[in-house]
Design a protein around this ligand. Sequence first.
Ligand code: HEC
Ligand code: HEC
Ligand code: HEC
Ligand code: HEC
Ligand code: HEC
Ligand code: HEC
Ligand code: HEC
Ligand code: HEC
Length: 464
Amino acid sequence: MKRLLLDVMTACAVLLVGTVVGMAAEAQFPNLSDKKDLVIKRGFTKDALACIECHAKKMPGIVEAWKQSRMSHAGIACYDCHVVEKRSPMASQCEGVKGTQIFISPMVSSKTCSRCHPQEVEQFSKSGHAVLAGMPVCDPKKLAGKMLRLMYENEGAAFMDDIKLTLDGLTPKDMPPSNRAARASGCQMCHGTQVELGPDNKPINETWPGGVGMRYPDGSIGNCTVCHTRHKFSIADARKPEACGACHLGPDHPNIEIYFESKHGQQYLAHGDEWRYDSAPDTWEPGDYTAPTCATCHMSGIGELATTHNINDRLKWDLVHKKSVLRSGERGDGAKADVLMRKVCVNCHSRTHTDIQMNTLDNAVALYNKFWDGAVKMKQELGKKGLLKKDAWKDGFQELMYYLWHHTGRRARQGAAMNAPDYAHWHGFFQIFQLYKDMEDLYEYRMKNNTFEPLSPVMSTGPY
Ligand code: HEC
Ligand code: HEC
Ligand code: HEC
Ligand code: HEC
Ligand code: HEC
Ligand code: HEC
Ligand code: HEC
Ligand code: HEC
């Protein structure tokens, strides 16, 4: 077992902790458990030590992970992140603090981190990982109820139970818990959701825990543990592609698959275990690694670029939605981002190589948009003649159109952006033109016969 000496200068801890209550009293420094050999020398208050001591027995997994973190070495403990004021909407008491004036919460939002890491939280909150990530699950009204219907009515099978959905409230009221299961086990774990609290200030309706864009009852947005897994909270973990692959995978955004297929990912697979991941922020440079990970291109400091927690800073195009446009407004600043992303590449490639790669991406975007515009034109004409079904999931044309942008279209664009020829081609443009030709057939049949084809030829299978 590892021996951990928490040898921290109290003065320094007080400075960093700022407003945190109760740092005054010094503790007794007992051995926390005879077999584990953990010695706390100084830096913790009596109350802060009590949490560690008892939890080392009750939840040793958490305490062991925390012991490996840099923050534990800096004297940041359970107390600093989990203790809340009595009036906090999230305040409750665990077995160990019942009857005391100490209140705790199992929920820890980015607001807690911002006490000591204001810059990271500020950058994060301007990124697509914050408000926008939670939007599909939390603000169904903003998406005209479409996502609500998808989550509860279709995937949640409410359509089979004759349950009326209203757009009031975050979790549709009066529906059996099983209708919530698709949201809670899927969307929420990547996107996040709004935590709903019961009378004891504990989460209800399975609205916690959740993904990157979690919205907490203290009004803040963001779950920092999605990349910095608790309770180690390491930057090394976050620099590895697996941290991102937890959510960026699958048929509709296969970023980890794309990465492993690229030359960069192949280098990571071949040599990644020889690379160094724990260099201090802004000093992690080529030499520590020979090819970039997701973090290198999208977040890390490299060359003249500083680290950013705003993953939109280096994105030129919108490669997510139906039509790809230059990013602007809440989605970023495409022109500026183009300059920044090229600055990443030129640490390892020539300007010529980089410009060619970026031209290829621009051309792939233009090609994809051409297919999309053609599809929109057909859809408009069908719409004018009343030849679109109200339920898009029972309409072959509309279903194919969904796969065109949401699955194959993203794969083609993102495969081209991140140097994965198989995704750009076989999972991408090859399937795009096939979908397009099938859509043309359906369009022509409907226009000629002024009615729908007898049965959807798609039957929800779609291209993987
Ligand atoms: C740097 C801040 C930080 C420190 C220090 C910290 N935690 Fe946490 N803890 C978190 C975050 C963040 C979460 C995830 C909360 C969420 O998803 O809303 C969490 C979750 C938890 C949970 C609930 C989730 C689960 O897996 O059951 C428990 C229990 C917990 N921590 C106990 C502890 C204990 C005990 C300690 C001290 C050994 C500790 N924490 C130290 C930030 C911290
Ligand atoms: C004497 C033992 C003991 C002490 C001291 C103690 N706890 Fe706990 N804590 C527990 C036990 C047992 C649980 C699990 C049962 C429960 O949730 O009440 C728990 C649960 C928790 C949870 C999860 C609550 C949830 O609803 O998921 C958090 C967070 C937590 N404790 C933090 C702390 C903090 C912070 C301190 C110090 C201020 C502390 N605990 C002190 C025993 C203790
Ligand atoms: C009370 C102050 C405080 C709070 C609250 C706090 N941190 Fe820290 N954190 C620190 C200090 C101090 C360090 C530097 C430790 C070192 O490098 O020795 C640190 C370092 C880190 C690191 C770098 C770890 C590494 O491997 O180099 C990460 C990541 C981190 N914190 C994330 C978080 C997250 C996420 C939260 C909120 C859940 C949080 N911190 C809350 C003080 C805090
Ligand atoms: C495995 C993780 C994961 C699951 C599960 C998931 N998503 Fe996503 N979703 C993502 C990622 C990652 C993106 C960003 C895609 C990109 O940038 O190419 C995304 C993008 C989106 C977008 C576009 C976001 C925007 O800002 O316009 C919407 C809408 C969306 N998802 C809705 C949902 C809904 C609704 C569900 C459940 C029915 C769901 N997602 C399930 C990971 C997931
Ligand atoms: C999308 C993944 C991701 C999320 C979400 C994330 N981080 Fe990080 N974080 C990283 C990466 C990657 C690094 C290392 C950057 C580098 O190479 O220097 C890092 C580094 C850090 C550091 C070390 C100092 C620095 O700025 O480089 C701190 C502190 C930190 N993060 C805090 C946070 C906090 C607080 C949150 C929640 C608001 C958060 N992180 C959310 C990926 C993430
Ligand atoms: C817990 C799930 C999760 C993890 C882990 C995660 N992301 Fe994301 N990411 C999302 C979701 C959800 C979105 C969609 C945000 C939106 O609606 O714009 C997203 C969007 C993005 C975008 C596009 C932003 C936009 O506005 O279109 C990039 C780039 C990105 N993530 C990079 C990363 C990188 C790099 C990592 C790892 C260091 C990472 N993500 C880790 C869930 C995650
Ligand atoms: C070699 C650098 C590089 C690496 C490595 C890399 N990306 Fe990218 N990524 C890019 C570029 C360039 C784009 C296109 C940027 C633009 O929009 O112009 C992009 C686009 C994206 C997008 C789509 C965002 C949009 O523009 O709509 C997501 C999501 C994403 N990357 C996530 C990841 C994840 C997750 C990983 C690792 C599994 C990763 N990236 C690895 C360079 C990289
Ligand atoms: C840390 C160094 C590093 C960074 C940063 C980097 N690459 Fe690479 N890249 C490599 C290595 C190494 C190879 C493999 C070269 C080989 O095949 O011999 C490679 C290969 C490639 C390839 C495959 C084609 C070829 O040259 O054989 C493309 C395309 C590519 N990179 C584009 C980019 C783009 C675009 C960026 C910036 C968004 C970027 N790279 C950033 C190291 C890097």
